[in-house]
Design a protein. Sequence first.
Length: 455
Amino acid sequence: MLIRAYFSEDIAHLSYTLIGKTQIFVIDPQRDIQIYLDESQNRNLPVTGILLTHPHADFISGHIELQKKTKAKVYAHKDAPYQTKIERISESDLLDFDHIKIEVLETPGHTPFCNSFVITDLSRGGKPVSVFTGDALFVGDVGRPDLFPNLKEELADLLYHSLFDKLLLLEDYVEVYPAHASGSLCGKNLSEKRSTTIGYERRYNKRLQVENKEEFINNILEDDLPVPEHFKYCASVNLKGAELVERLPETKKIDYKKFTRYHKEKKCNILDIRPHTEWINFHVPDSLSIDIDCLAFANYAGWLLSADKPILIVHSDLEQVDKAIKSLRKIGIDQQIYILEQGIKTLVFNGFKFNQTQQFLPEYLVRKAKKLNNLIVLDVRSGVENNLCPDVEVLQIPASSIFHKQPFMDSDMTYVVVCEKGALATLVISYLEKLGHNNMAFLLGSGRALRNLQK
């Protein structure tokens, strides 16, 4: 038996192939299914089964695409209201192929319709060796139970029992393969590590270090995590059945004349995927900067791009455009996408009037901080100590909170936005500028540079 993991960085998602001697099962496939088809072709083994741990809310599942290509059976929770063809499975059901036994555990809590899959490799022994936990148990965290606000107390209760009365009854050595790692908003403090064991989580996962159910429920319901916009439709699309990618609108190239008209009439969401340092220096007014090389691109795009308008991509590299389009489709942004011919060069050549964001050197900021009464440093990092600079007034509001609920911005102040490396700060600046806040500034080198001045 072989387990292969596939990490999709733009949505912090983990999918898997469970590989036997004669066939392959896929667990929680992403929408871009080529990686699984390549695995099948390279090993000359058919994909015969697709296991869904639950209807994911943060991305579009690839089970429809994969089922069409491979004729594999799709197995999902018996009560999940899927409108497509699935095999409905229940607690203690057994699936097996070759020397592999798959036992179904119903582990609700993140949603009402969650399964985990316990794997036994009969060629090695008769006890479970691995478990695919979906969004029930992560490395260092557990799934959030608040995606159904009216059911969050009930789901938190169910999650406790799924963890303590089911998953944690497995042996310490059982390997844990979750559906997400750090970067996902399906939990609060997911580790960057992508697999673990039951024993390690039992001992070191802070969520599990509780005295009783009441403490667990109180702890997990305190989080108050924001819910990105695309969470509100991805789960329903997954239940209904996503449109096949091949049937989505074909990407179209537009010239400078059409670009200026679309921009003037605000017909499109303008998405700039260039390096954030380029956006800071010159950008299209009202464009949103999501540096495709530095950020969890799809997560932020799904959060901030409305589904009611076409997307117009500004770029400096066509290869990055292909990457961006695949990411957008992963999260169900299926509307028309336009690409500006020759990218940013077209705008420069035609003398387009760009905006530029004010920039500060860290040395200047520290030296002048006490003398500039109209200056505030806005730290948009999350889950970190406010340790940027003792001489500068710092307002700490995580980017997710800014996107979730627009904070009050004093028009008489200049906000110098910082994160760790600059890309997230640039995204926040572009978002706030799009809302009409023209008093934003960027710190060159961002928080890392500011902190280095203290050494």
